[in-house]
Design a binder for this molecule. Structure first.
Ligand code: UDP
Ligand code: MG
Length: 141
C-alpha cells in the first residue's frame, strides 16, 4: 500500500509540548490520520523497532532515548505518503533540515530529532504493524 506511512512524535518533542503543533502540520498538509496512540516503549521494544540500525554506532543511544519517555505513534495516509512525510519532516540532522520543516522547527539535536518517518513503503507497513493491530487502523477513508 503505497499511500500509507508511519510517524512517531519522539520523546523530546512530546516532552517539549510540540505534539499539538506537529499534529496541526500533519492535518494542514492533508494527511489523514488512520491510527494514533500514546505509548511508552520499553528498551527492548525500541530495539525491535530499530532492528535495522542494530549495527550502527548510535543504536544504544537511540534506543535509550526512544524508551526514555512518552511518544505518539501515528499511521498516516496520503498519496505518495512516505516521500511526502519525509519532505515535511526534513533532514535527519536538524541543522541540515530545510526551513519550515518539522525537524528544523522542533528538533533538539541529531539524535533527539522530534519525529520519525518510515523510509519505504515496505518499512511503513512493517512499522504500522509493529505498533497497531488491524482493528486500530481506520479503513475506507
Ligand atoms: N541517529 C543518531 N545519530 C546518527 C544518525 C541517526 O542518533 O548519526 C538517530 C536519529 O534519531 C535518527 C535515527 O537514529 O532519526 C534513525 O536514523 P536514520 O538514519 O534512519 O534517520 P531518519 O530516517 O530518522 O531520518
Ligand atoms: Mg530511517
Amino acid at each position: 500500500m503505497n499511500d500509507q506511512t508511519f510517524a512517531i512524535i519522539k520523546p523530546d518533542a512530546f516532552k517539549n509540548g510540540y505534539s499539538g503543533k506537529i499534529i496541526d502540520r500533519i492535518i494542514n498538509s492533508d494527511f489523514k490520520i488512520l491510527g494514533l496512540k500514546l505509548i511508552r516503549m520499553t528498551k527492548s521494544q525500541a530495539e525491535g523497532f530499530y532492528e535495522i540500525h542494530r549495527d550502527k554506532p548510535f543504536f544504544s543511544e537511540l534506543t535509550e532515548f526512544m524508551s526514555s519517555g512518552k511518544c505518539m505513534v501515528i499511521a498516516l495516509q496520503k498519496e505518495d505518503a512516505v516521500s511526502q512525510w519525509r519532505e515535511l519532516i526534513g533532514a535527519t540532522n536538524p541543522s541540515e533540515a530545510n526551513k519550515g520543516t518539522i525537524r528544523k522547527d522542533f528538533a533538539t539535536s541529531l539524535g533527539e530529532n522530534a519525529v520519525h518517518g518510515a523510509d519505504s513503503d515496505e518499512n511503513a507497513a512493517r512499522e504500522i504493524g509493529f505498533f497497531f493491530s488491524d482493528i486500530e487502523i481506520i479503513a475506507n477513508h
